[in-house]
Write a protein that binds this ligand. Structure first.
Ligand code: TEU
Ligand code: CA
Length: 555
C-alpha cells in the first residue's frame, strides 16, 4: 500500500450542537470547540471531524444545508471558523468538514427558485416530476418514513426527498449541479480544511424512470434502496475526487453501508475514490427487519464474525474507519457489551479493540469518558426526526407507549447527541442556559473533570491507549501490521494479533462474566496495556478476567 499522511492518524467526531455552549443559548458553538482544543490535543487525537456547521434550518440537525458557504448563526461566524482552523493547525491537528451533497435544504436558493417555477431552469437541479392521478409519482418510502415525494403547493408537481421533506435530493445528472459542488468543495479545501466526511453518498444515483416496486411494508411503500443505483455511483465519485480531493491530497471518509468485496479496491484502494470509509458492519446488526421495534440485541458471535470479516476483507487493499458509535447510533458500550460489562472496565475493553484493529480509528465525543444511552421520560424529550418516526411505527405495531420508549432508549440517534458531560455542575458544565436536548442525568458520575482527577478513569485509559498506538516502537505495527484473528473457537473471547515484520502483538479480550483460562504458548516480550490490575500467565496458560483486555507483545 502506498503510504499516506492520514494512515497513522486518530480521528475524533465532534457533534457541535452538543459539544460546549459558551454563550448560554443552550446550543454548542465554535467558541466551545476552540476552548477545548487543548483537551483534544491532550487526548491524542489528530483529525477533527465536525458534523455540519453550515447555515441550515436544522430540520435534520444541519444535514439540511441552505448555504454551503456560510456558518450557521447558532454556531458562530466565519471569523470564528477561521480562528478555529488556525488554532487547530497551530496544534498540529487537522479539521475536516461534513460534506452533505446528496441533498440540500428546501431553504437553499436553488430550491427556492425551483419552487417558484417547477418547470424552469432550477427545477432540473432537483427531481421534480408530475404526480399520477393525484398521487405521487411512485410509492417510495423516505428513510425517515412517509412518501419520499412531496407535492409542491397545489401544483401537479412533486419533488423527491429520500430523507426529510426539508432535504430535497440534488440531481447529479445535471452538469451545473456537479460544477457547483466541485467549486464549493475546492473553496473549503483552499481555505485549509484537510478533507471531508462524506454524507449519504451512495444515494446520488437514482433510476430516474422512478418505477414502482412491490411494496415491502404495511404502508404500501417500498424502500428507497430499491431505486438507488449504488453500482453506478463510481463514475461520479471518480470525477469528484479528480476535480477536488486529489488536487489537495485531502483525507476523505465516506458513509458507505456495505463493504462489498468486489468494489472495495475501487473505493478504498491506493487509487480509490476515498481515503477510507466507515465499517458499519456491526451497526447493521442492530437493524430490525421492519424498524427499531423488531430489532434484536446484538449477539456476540455475530459481532465477532462481522468485525473479523471486515478486517480480513480490506487487508492488503486499504483501510476501513473503525467506530463504536456516532451521531446516528446509540452508545457503543450499550450496544456491543453484555449488560454486566457496561461499566468503566467494559468501556476500556471495547475502546482497546476499536483503536487497535487495523484501520483508521474514529472516537465519537463522549466515548472517551464512557458516555451511555440516555433514558427519556417521554417522546417529547426526543428531538430527532428518525426517533419520532420509529416511535410511531412501534406504536402502530402494537407496542405500548412504555415499550416504544424503551425501544428508543436502545436505538435512538439522540443517545449520541445528548450534551457532552464536562463537569458535575449544573447541566454537566455544557451550558449555563437550557440545553437544546436533555443532559444525561448520569453526568454527576460520568464527566471529564472527575475523570481528569482519577488516574484509573476511562479518559486516562484512552490517553494511554492512543499513546501506545503512536509509540515509535509500535506505530508501524499498529498502522500497517496485519490483522490475524485467534481464539475464534473460544466463547465470548475476542482476540487478534497484529503482525508486522518480526513484531507481533496480541490483543485479548474477555466478554464473559467468568474468568477464562486459555492455552498460551507464545513467549511474552512485554505487557503493553491492560484495563485490570494484573495479568496472570503461567506455564502454557493465561487467565483473562471478566471484561479484561490485555495487549501483549509476544515472540
Ligand atoms: O446518514 C445517512 C443514513 O443513511 C442514516 O440516516 C441512517 O440510515 C440512519 O441514521 C439509521 O441509523 C446521514 C447522516 O449521518 C444523518 O445524520 C442524516 O440524517 C442523513 O445522512 C441525511 O443527511
Ligand atoms: Ca451557544
Amino acid at each position: 500500500m502506498k503510504k499516506q499522511w492520514w494512515h497513522d492518524k486518530v480521528a475524533y467526531q465532534i457533534y457541535p450542537k452538543s459539544f460546549l455552549d459558551t454563550n448560554g443559548d443552550g446550543i454548542g458553538d465554535l467558541r466551545g470547540i476552540i476552548n477545548k482544543l487543548d483537551y483534544l490535543k491532550e487526548l491524542g487525537v489528530d483529525i477533527l471531524w465536525l458534523s455540519p456547521i453550515y447555515k441550515s434550518p436544522f430540520v435534520d440537525q444541519g444535514y439540511d444545508i441552505s448555504d454551503y458557504y456560510a456558518i450557521a448563526e447558532e454556531f458562530g461566524t466565519m471569523e470564528e471558523f477561521d480562528e478555529l482552523l488556525a488554532e487547530t493547525k497551530k496544534r498540529g491537528m487537522y479539521l475536516i468538514m461534513d460534506l452533505v451533497i446528496n441533498h440540500c435544504s428546501t431553504e437553499h436558493e436553488w430550491f427556492q427558485k425551483a419552487l417558484k417555477d417547477p418547470t424552469g431552469e432550477y427545477a432540473d437541479y432537483f427531481f421534480i416530476r408530475k404526480g399520477k392521478n393525484g398521487n405521487p409519482p411512485n410509492q417510495v418510502r423516505s428513510y425517515f418514513g412517509g412518501n419520499a415525494w412531496e407535492q409542491i403547493g397545489d401544483t401537479p408537481y412533486y419533488y423527491l426527498h429520500l430523507f426529510t421533506k426539508g432535504q430535497p435530493d440534488l440531481n447529479w445528472n445535471h452538469p451545473k449541479v456537479i460544477e457547483s459542488i466541485y467549486k464549493m468543495v475546492n473553496w473549503w479545501l483552499e481555505k485549509g480544511v484537510a478533507g471531508f466526511r462524506i454524507d449519504a453518498i451512495m444515494n446520488i444515483v437514482k433510476d430516474t424512470s422512478f418505477p414502482d416496486y412491490e411494496p415491502d411494508g404495511a404502508d404500501g411503500m417500498f424502500t428507497a434502496n430499491k431505486f438507488v443505483n449504488e453500482s453506478a455511483a463510481g463514475t461520479y465519485l471518480h470525477e469528484l475526487k479528480e476535480h477536488t480531493f486529489a488536487k489537495h491530497n485531502a483525507f476523505t471518509v465516506a458513509e458507505v453501508f456495505d463493504n462489498d468485496k468486489s468494489t472495495l479496491n475501487e473505493f478504498i484502494g491506493d487509487e480509490g475514490h476515498f481515503s477510507t470509509m466507515f465499517d458499519f458492519s456491526a451497526h447493521l446488526l442492530t437493524y430490525g427487519e421492519h424498524g427499531w421495534y423488531d430489532a434484536k440485541p446484538v449477539d456476540f458471535n455475530d459481532w465477532r464474525r462481522v468485525i473479523t470479516d471486515s478486517q480480513l476483507l480490506c487487508q492488503g487493499i486499504g483501510f476501513l474507519a473503525n467506530i463504536l458509535e456516532n451521531h446516528d447510533e446509540p452508545r457503543g458500550m450499550c450496544t456491543y457489551l453484555p449488560t454486566y460489562a457496561q461499566n468503566e472496565m467494559g468501556a476500556k475493553m471495547l475502546g482497546t479493540i476499536s483503536l487497535l484493529l487495523r484501520g483508521i480509528p474514529f472516537i465519537f465525543q463522549g466515548q472517551e469518558i464512557g458516555m451511555r444511552n440516555c433514558h427519556m421520560d417521554s417522546i417529547e424529550d426526543y428531538d430527532d426526526v428518525s426517533t419520532k418516526d420509529q416511535y410511531a411505527l412501534a406504536l402502530e405495531n402494537g407496542l405500548s407507549e412504555k415499550e416504544a420508549l424503551q425501544v428508543c432508549y436502545h436505538y435512538s440517534r439522540d443517545n449520541g447527541r445528548t450534551p457532552m458531560q464536562w463537569t458535575n455542575e449544573t447541566q454537566a458544565g455544557f451550558t449555563t442556559g437550557t440545553p437544546w436536548l436533555k443532559v444525561n442525568p448520569n453526568y454527576t458520575e460520568i464527566n471529564v473533570a472527575s475523570q481528569e482527577q482519577d488516574p484509573d478513569s476511562v479518559l486516562h485509559y484512552y490517553q494511554k491507549l492512543i499513546k501506545l498506538r503512536k509509540m515509535d516502537a509500535y506505530k508501524d505495527l499498529f498502522v500497517y501490521g496485519d490483522f490475524v484473528p485467534t481464539y475464534q473457537d473460544k466463547d465470548l473471547i475476542y482476540a487478534f494479533y497484529r503482525v508486522y515484520e518480526q513484531q507481533k502483538v496480541l490483543i485479548l479480550a474477555n466478554f464473559s462474566d467468568q474468568a477464562q483460562t486459555l492455552d498460551f504458548t507464545d513467549h511474552v516480550k512485554d505487557i503493553l496495556l491492560t484495563n485490570d490490575t494484573m495479568v496472570s500467565i503461567e506455564e502454557g496458560s493465561i487467565i483473562v478476567n471478566p471484561s479484561q483486555v490485555i495487549v501483549i507483545e509476544v515472540k
